[in-house]
Design a protein around this ligand. Sequence first.
Ligand code: AMP
Ligand code: MG
Length: 391
Amino acid sequence: MIQYHEALELIRSYAIIRSTESVELPLARLRVLAEDTYYDSNIPPFNKSAMDGYACRAEDIGKELSILETIYAGSIPAHRIGVNECSKIMTGAVVPEGADCVFMLEDAKLTNDNKVHCTRLESSNNICYEGEDVKKGDMALKKHTLISSRHIPLLAGAGVISPSVFCRPLVSVFATGSELVEPDHKPLPHQIRNSNAYQMISQLDALGINGDYLGIIRDDKKLTEKKISEAFERSDLLLLTGGVSMGDSDFVPDVLMDLDFKIILNRSAIQPGKPIIFARRGKQYCFGLSGNPVSSFIQFELYVKPFIYSLMGHHYQPSVSEAILSKDLKRNKADRLKFVPALLNQKNEAIPLEFHGSAHIDALSDAECLIEMPVGAFEIKKGETIHVRPL
Ligand code: AMP
Ligand code: MG
């Protein structure tokens, strides 16, 4: 059976990066930058006062100074500062020629004849120098950056108001299973509520993608084929759950093959979530995820998310970190990479949550991370260092 990292790289190797488009800057969050971006000017663009105060020559600190003018942010100083002179200056205003220091208003004492002196013997210069943060021509953001709120001010500062980004895929979502009813129905004794579809839609939403929900499909080969065909009339990627393993009503793999899709993956060595279909037809892709909600949640995080980022031109790498295991973990078979939902406390201890198996949606609700139990590890002891993946 193919191991996780190998399977992930295999899936990613099929991702064809989407074309590009321009978006308005406020909408650029969660998009992937399609070009290197450079600053077109220095930041700050001029020597700027960091304080409300008086601009003067540092060597005149403490002396009585004549006030030439008041310089406001956004205005141009009219006077050069000479010996025993100063100008009142506001935060963000241009420091006038001749001045190399701004002393704070709080340290200023005015005299009756419109003079002022600094009550301290020394003052820090309180000037942000031109180009001290950024030089014209410096790179602001690299192509392939996944844009977060932190990056928006950089783009604004570089004058990029409609960044070029990679297009998002159009994604359809449905759930398969004759036992399923929508959450607004009270299930009969033989039925179960469809939680997966909504789970996938919200996982897509976290990536900034508006999933197109196509409903529940009964376990019927013809219907499944019709629905998959319909989905690919409008979408680049289809996510569905259920019907992907070996049962008599697991039609998805056959239907995909009948529709000329090539099945790239039909299982991988993760636990939970071994059965997973990844299929491709040209630039169209389908993930058939496990019916069990915890499995499909984890499969989305492990495979679908990185794949969608790859389509959008970004190489996603989760911030897997180290933590200390709070209690022993044991298992009978160790042929898969196992993920255990867990809490993290302030001492960086990972506390495994009660987890009955892949249908136990409640186990995910408090989970802050997934503990990784590597292939070959039958047991990990309390106090050992482990890897955790944030959720
Ligand atoms: P399957 O992969 O179709 O064999 O389904 C495996 C298990 O997941 C079964 O117990 C299903 O009832 C359950 N299941 C399948 N689809 C969903 C869904 N959309 N929401 C919640 N549970 C599901
Ligand atoms: Mg099913």
